[in-house]
Design a protein around this ligand. Structure first.
Ligand SMILES: [Zn+2]
Length: 269
């Protein structure tokens, strides 16, 4: 009897209330988990209000917004994400491209890429603000243009990566999104078209139409393009002169055609 009584006593209302309030109060004072925010300074608001004096009176204060130092980092992260550049490609840099013992054409392609990356700010709004690395496969065209993309992204320039085959497959699989994707490719700050015209067969009318819409828009708006392709400008002109001539003009200052034999292919070395 005695033990039942004391058990009942344990469940009296006051006691339960006390326990509940104890629980909620500990929940409130428990520190926030450390990894809840990327930036503790601004709690991921990317800025904060600072109270500053705004006059001589005792109440003359106002709050001004102050950007947090994490704001730029977050912007670059977002650019990186929307660029569609995969993790594997994020490691491609100009300083890990090996030119030692490589043929002259490859060294020239490297130099063009390096000059382009260095000079980007001063040429980006001009007609000749684009780069094309054309010709033989296996010369490191993709590595070099990826390195430029990573360099630009690091400096806060938006780059959108469009791999020719996969990019068009994605568009065909999702025609509802086509218009918005094409618009994105037209308007991106910098567009990187990788392996343009890749494939055993000739490009389709659909591909040519979309490509013209993209290239022509960017040509008129003076928006930079990075292009890698096994085709030369002449071969591109055979597909479509309008596209070939625009690319030629835009890439006039930074165009390298990797001609030559199989010795250029690093994958065979
Ligand atoms: Zn912050």
């Amino acid at each position: 009897m005695q033990s039942i009584k004391s058990a009942v006593k344990d469940f009296n209302l006051e006691d339960i209330k006390k326990r509940v309030s104890l629980l909620t109060s500990t929940a409130k004072t428990e520190p926030e988990p450390k990894d809840k925010y990327l930036c503790h300074k601004c709690k991921d608001e990317e800025g904060f209000l600072i109270r500053v004096k705004a006059g001589d009176g005792p109440f003359d204060y106002r709050d001004v917004w102050h950007d947090c130092e994490c704001k730029n980092e977050r912007r670059i992260e977002r650019l990186m994400k929307s660029s569609k550049i995969t993790e594997e490609f994020q490691s491609k840099r100009l300083n890990n491209f090996n030119i030692e013992g490589r043929p002259l054409a490859v060294v020239q392609a490297f130099e063009a890429a390096e000059n382009y990356a260095k000079g980007f700010r001063s040429i980006k709004d001009t007609r000749h603000n684009s780069i094309a690395l054309l010709g033989r496969p296996g010369c490191g065209k993709t590595h070099l243009l990826m390195a430029i993309s990573n360099h630009l992204l690091k400096n806060g320039v938006g780059v959108v990566y469009f791999p020719w085959v996969e990019g068009f497959n994605e568009i065909k699989d999702n025609l509802d999104m086509m218009e918005s994707r094409i618009r994105q490719l037209q308007q991106a700050e910098v567009l990187y078209i990788d392996d343009m015209f890749k494939g055993r067969r000739e490009p389709t009318d659909f591909q040519m139409e979309q490509l013209f819409a993209i290239i022509n828009y960017r040509y008129l708006e003076k928006k930079p393009i990075l292009i890698s392709s096994e085709k030369t400008v002449m071969q591109i002109c055979e597909y479509d002169e309008g596209i070939g001539s625009r690319i030629n003009e835009m890439c006039k200052e930074y165009k390298v055609v990797l001609t030559g034999g199989i010795e250029l292919n690093y994958r065979l070395q």
